[in-house]
Write a protein that binds this ligand. Structure first.
Ligand code: GLP
Length: 621
């Protein structure tokens, strides 16, 4: 039965601590279904999904097969979708994905695997899709459909506009969906424009539906699908009409549900300090009124009269929260020496500090804390930037090609025999680039030149912030060097490399990101490795006096109530940061926008009106 807190959720949601726990629970459900059917000599029919979300779930199924003897001999599978025009052996085809992530590791007979055929001709598509529907029917319908959710709220590839009764068909992929796939395909131009997908109608006929979502970047679309009206703009919202659908979420993906975001609206709450700050800033934004102008009736009319009873009247509560917010602002991210630090986000001592900035990929450091790095350096602290991965997967072929060509041509200009080795190296690279084409896999030499491109960008960018070369470190974590986007397999070697640099640098202050990211993303993987490394080095002396500040780079920015340190920037400082960032050729358009948006939040709350703010949250391990 639905609880008071869940009253707005029109699809049952379970918020797990993390994705592993959710996957374990779902895998148990699947194994019970399979075993039950085995006992009565019947098939179990599973609808399967691709994307990074189900990867940990598939790993759990493989574990159940290998360690607990779960057999898939009586299972029939139907995949949701496939890119149109991709050969099954293409590295990004869903066929290959399923083989690599699941089918090659279990005993499911090939003849029981069904994936929409991406290689049929355009004329055959309609019949092929109808045949797919027939096959599902012949198998007795889908017992359990596994789903992820795209950023547009799509299930399968049912982009906005898909009808509730839509069948398996060909669809044009949305711009956002193609952008999300751009990294996997090494550039948006390589992403197919069409796909074959089961329709919403096909999906909704499954007897049971389990949709998984991880990370804060999915939080808003999840809450819209679950709590808002059903709309064809978000195909996942049609699941509200299913009587046995469920969302399995990690804490990040659940964070925008009303019961998590505004719990006071759906029941009584224990008013912790953090919750009070959240409620007051929410009210201020909701009413578009500065905190100091909120009235008793504003609180009463928005389900917060009990807060007033505990901490009111409004006047007093407003001043308390205003001061708290005011105290998060500091132009001294390393602490201000010789000053009373009771109301400052960072402690004054030790001074100077050793600050260690971890960047999962080059450019994370500048995008999120370029201004802060400059201040730290200027204020006399030692700043080390550690790039956790080389970022080579983000460098396009054309950049590598340019460098290889320059190298080759330089030899012609010089005309010297000593150039033989680099010339032949450059020649091999150019040959490989020509041979592999846009879809082919990069060989080690190509990845390495791409890493060098990123390294030189990173060095130039940081030099512009006043950082000396000896303070720039490239860790090139092995999980990344040997892996592919969203399918990384980190291990102890990665953790040891992180422990090594922590022990060597003995920081007083660390900056890290990824806490809210999809666990399969580069930042998400790095954050988990960081947590493990901090636990493994917990007994080392430096940890007794070390604070970690979380920052957000690619992910959803912090909400105003989550910020513990706000480093303001003048127009000149923002400009300097953007100039430094321009050293990165892969920069995205959001740069500068986020910092300005945080400054606007602060302004709306009635605090000083800055040009931009870099925001941090204190990490509690
Ligand atoms: C693609 C797939 C969907 C998947 C979505 C989200 O669009 N067709 O089935 O749910 O991506 O991907 P991810 O799980 O990587 O976030």
């Amino acid at each position: 039965m639905i609880s008071e807190a869940e009253q707005f959720e029109k699809i049952p949601c379970i918020a797990y601590e993390n994705s592993s726990e959710a996957c374990r629970v779902l895998a148990v459900e699947v194994s019970s279904l399979i075993r039950e059917r085995q006992a009565s000599n019947k098939h179990a029919v599973l609808g399967l999904a691709t994307g990074s979300t189900p990867v940990p779930f598939y790993r759990e199924l493989i574990r159940l097969h290998k360690e607990e003897g779960l057999s898939f001999q009586n299972v029939i599978t139907f995949n949701l979708d496939e890119y149109f025009g991709l050969e099954p052996e293409h590295r990004e085809s869903y066929y290959r994905f399923m083989r690599e992530q699941l089918f090659d590791h279990i005993d499911l007979p090939d003849s029981q695997i069904n994936i929409p055929p991406g290689t049929v001709s355009r004329e055959q598509v309609f019949q092929a899709c109808r045949y797919y529907e027939t096959k599902i029917e012949e198998a007795g319908g889908i017992d359990l459909q596994i789903l992820g959710i795209g950023r547009t709220g799509h299930i399968g590839f049912n982009e906005p506009g898909s009808a509730e009764d839509s069948p398996t068909r060909m669809i044009t992929l949305d711009k956002v969906t193609r952008e999300d796939a751009a990294r996997d395909f090494l550039g948006i131009d390589n992403v197919p424009r069409f796909a074959l997908t089961m329709g919403v109608g096909t999906i909704i006929r499954a007897r049971r539906i389990a949709l998984m979502a991880w990370g804060e970047n999915k939080a808003d679309i999840v809450s819209k699908a679950v709590e808002d009206e059903v709309t064809d703009a978000i195909s996942a919202s049609f699941l509200q009409h299913h009587d046995n659908a469920q969302f399995l979420l990690d804490s990040g993906a659940a964070s925008s549900l009303t019961r998590k975001r505004h719990p006071w609206l759906v029941g009584t709450v224990d008013w912790s300090d953090a919750l009070i700050r959240r409620a007051v800033t929410w009210l201020s934004r909701e009413l578009d009124k500065p905190v100091l102008k909120l009235l008793d009736e504003d609180y009463n009319e928005h389900g917060m009269s009990d807060l007033l009873t505990e901490c009111g009247p409004a006047y007093q509560l407003n001043i308390r929260i205003f001061n708290e917010l005011q105290h998060t602002i500091s132009g001294w991210p390393g602490g201000k020496p010789d000053e009373d630090d009771r109301h400052r986000p960072e402690r004054a001592l030790p001074f100077p500090k050793r600050a260690l900035i971890f960047a999962p990929e080059p450019s994370d450091e500048l995008r999120a804390l370029g201004g802060t790095i400059e201040r730290l350096v200027e204020q006399g602290h030692t700043v080390d930037v550690v790039f956790l991965t080389s970022g080579n997967l983000g460098v396009g072929d054309s950049a590598a090609e340019r460098f290889a060509e320059v190298l080759k041509e330089l030899a012609d200009v010089q005309g010297a025999e000593d150039w033989n080795t680099p010339v032949s190296y450059a020649g091999q690279l150019l040959d490989h680039l020509a041979a592999k084409g846009p879809f082919g896999e990069d060989n080690a030499a190509l990845r390495s030149i791409k890493s060098l491109v990123r390294r030189s960008e990173a060095r130039h960018a940081l030099r512009a912030c006043g950082l000396a070369e000896k303070h720039i470190h490239f860790l090139d974590l092995p999980f990344y060097e040997t892996g592919r986007y969203r399918r990384f397999k980190p291990d102890d070697n990665d953790v040891s490399a992180l422990c090594g640099i922590l022990t060597k640098l003995e920081p007083h202050q660390i900056y890290m990101t990824g806490s809210a990211s999809d666990p399969s993303s580069v930042a998400g993987v790095c954050y988990r490795l960081f947590q493990t490394a901090m636990t493994q080095t917990a007994k080392e002396a430096w940890q007794r006096d070390c604070w970690t500040w979380l920052y957000r780079s690619g992910e959803k920015p912090f909400a105003s109530y989550e910020i513990d340190m706000a480093v303001p920037m003048s127009p000149g400082q923002l400009k300097a940061k953007l100039t430094a960032l321009s050293q990165y050729t892969q920069e995205d358009e959001s740069t500068g926008k986020r910092e300005r948006a945080v400054a606007q939040y602060y302004d709306q709350l009635g605090l000083a009106d800055y040009e931009a703010i870099e925001a941090f949250r204190l990490w509690k391990s």
